[in-house]
Design a protein around this ligand. Sequence first.
Ligand code: TYM
Length: 334
Amino acid sequence: MIEQQKKRLFSGIQPTGELHIGNYIGALSLWVEQQDQFDSIFCIVDLHAITIPETIVPEYLRKKSREAEAILIASGIDPERSVIFIQSHIPAHTELTWILNSITPIGWLERMTQFKVKSAQLESISTGLFDYPVLQAADVLLYKTNVVPVGEDQRQHIELMDDIAQRFNHLFGEVFILPQPMIRASGARIMGLDDPTAKMSKSLAEKRKGHAIGIVDPPEVIREAVMRAVTDSGKETRFDCASPGVKNLLVIYEVLSGKSREAIEAYFEGKGYGFLKRELADLVIATLEPVRNRYLKLMAEPAYLEELLHRGAERVRPIAESTLKQAKDLVGLG
Ligand code: TYM
């Protein structure tokens, strides 16, 4: 019997700020769960990172990319079975972006919520930040990706890449596969512990103590962040009735424990938020402490990390170059 080829999974992460439990729950842990069902490719998107000019500090960016690589592996991505590579090592990403730029109406990019939110916080907005979703489309489309596991905040970008792919295929010929988002039913949008009305973010994690739980934070720092998390003055621990801060803690508990909502509600009923926080801190530490230990060991082996990135790039390069060539031929370039 001929073994059916696996479908392809692709996702990416920016090597900026501090990787946090939102990234872990919304993306990394999903990648780890899914990596063997698919032909999986994970990309550290350093070209996306430079769209915010403060990130362009050469040694910082290079170091952050290696840290992200080590966190992916420490979280359970197996670099032998899945590919991990750095976006800027494969020039086809930027070349395809340019081609896709030419068929992407500005109006489609103006609608992007992430652009609106990020640009509202900046004094000067780079062209790269505006064009960011087109580079993201190139990332995914180059590898003929079937599924893209991400957090809720990336849904709109995946819908946009679907539109771009359809437009290209319609204008020039069928090259691109239309990608599907894969998003957790619960845990796809983890909120800040210090402000449960705002999404937990890498940049705030770096700036504000208590905003996030870092994936590689030491246990005592994790415990302090959980114990200080914003709740309310009541003792409601049902998912549907809890205030935003408590609900966020319950959702983190739900994903990390794998227990049902009914079981969790029964367990925490009437016990107060102090108990919930202590139990959650124990669970988060039990989950992340082994990740931290593996991370520290990996960071002590820079040559190994470098070699893996080199191998990763060599594994994906032929796929990217072949798709780019198909697109260029159809457009009449070359
Ligand atoms: P980035 O680096 O912001 O985030 C990486 C992944 O983590 C998810 N995420 C969250 N999930 C739950 N709760 C949160 N608070 C939270 N914050 C972040 C994100 O949804 C994401 O899945 N543009 C992308 C990177 C990218 C990409 C791609 C992703 C570039 N090219 C191609 C998929 C496919 C980004 O900035 O992710």
